[in-house]
Design a protein around this ligand. Structure first.
Ligand code: DON
Length: 306
């Protein structure tokens, strides 16, 4: 069925104006406090290269935990890298920065999208790549087909200055021998990858190959095998929203990933990739309005995977 997605975007944006004051921007990373909380953007890219956008879709924002999908893929695409003996694939049911399960699960994080898991993936990449930051940013640029994607050092350093919980997570995992490198080096790489800035258009473009079984449909470039792309989508579905992953599946029904910058990227395999941005967060660290928008979008268009 062919939809006028732009018209639907406008309709939904009108319907959710009562949510405009709900939630707060992330303030535990001081640099993120300055963002205008009322920004709102959407961009949908379909696998035939049709584009639909709305609002602030071309404005850059801090992708934060959405970067954990890119780091996982960069590790997973290489045959020689072993990941799954060091990080699991189960939903955690706990907040993104939680420490509790790590002790009784012996330093093995439940999945690569909670902070502990993303820190292990960062450690894996540091061991594997010659120049981790450069190779990471180039990989994201290749996925998004845009050279204009950068780290924001102010955001990374601001998080480093206040990142005690992540520091605790790395040191704790090191005590279980699940971190190989210097904890400071792991934290530095992790904070930089979270600081990447992209807009909704670039994000939906970068996720498009996950809507096309691992191959970028517009360049024919194979990023992951179909089997690996299926697995990344499965992890997004079950773990992309931490202790709200069930709710996101229940209401939206797409594999996706959120970040405390207020972004959400999600895919419908065989059809499209969509990115939504609204900086006000709920108490799980996920964007209120972006979630609601996607709930209404998949309902109106009947495009959930369920
Ligand atoms: O490590 C942190 O706390 C942030 N750099 C990323 C957290 C995040 O985006 C959680 N997602 N909603």
């Amino acid at each position: 069925m062919v939809f006028d997605y732009r018209k639907i975007f406008r309709e939904i944006a009108d319907e959710i104006t009562d949510m405009n004051d709900l939630g707060q921007v992330a303030d535990y990373i001081p640099e993120l406090k300055h963002i205008d909380p009322d920004k709102f953007g959407v961009h949908l890219t379909d696998i035939t290269d049709q584009h639909y956008d709305f609002g602030d879709a071309s404005e850059k924002f801090s992708i934060q935990s959405i970067a954990k999908v890119f780091s996982l893929i960069l590790a997973f695409k290489n045959e020689g890298v072993s990941i799954w003996n060091r990080v699991g694939v189960e939903p955690s049911g706990s907040p993104f920065n939680s420490l509790v399960q790590l002790e009784y699960e012996k330093g093995i994080p439940r999945n690569p999208f909670i902070n502990a898991g993303a820190l292990v993936v960062s450690d894996i990449l540091i061991s594997y790549l010659e120049n981790p930051k450069k190779e990471f940013i180039n990989f994201v640029r290749e996925l998004a087909q845009s050279e204009d994607i950068h780290f924001n050092p102010q955001v990374a350093e601001s998080e480093k200055a206040t990142g005690e919980r992540n520091s605790a997570l790395v040191h704790f995992m090191k005590s279980f021998d699940n971190i190989e490198n210097d904890p400071e080096e792991v934290l530095d790489f992790y904070f930089y990858l979270c600081s990447v800035e992209m807009n909704c258009r670039e994000l939906s473009r970068a996720f498009l190959f996950l809507a096309n079984y691992g191959t970028d449909p517009l360049t024919d470039n194979r990023i992951l095998t179909p089997s690996k792309a299926k697995r990344v989508n499965a992890i997004m579905q079950m773990c992309g929203f931490y202790d709200e992953a069930g709710d996101f599946a229940f209401k939206v029904g797409l594999p996706g990933k959120s970040g405390v910058g207020g972004g959400i990227a999600a895919v419908l395999p065989g059809e499209y990739s969509i990115a939504v941005w609204s900086p006000r967060l709920n108490n799980r660290g996920n964007s209120y309005k972006a979630m609601k928008f996607l709930e209404k979008f998949t309902t109106k268009t009947n495009t959930s995977i369920f």
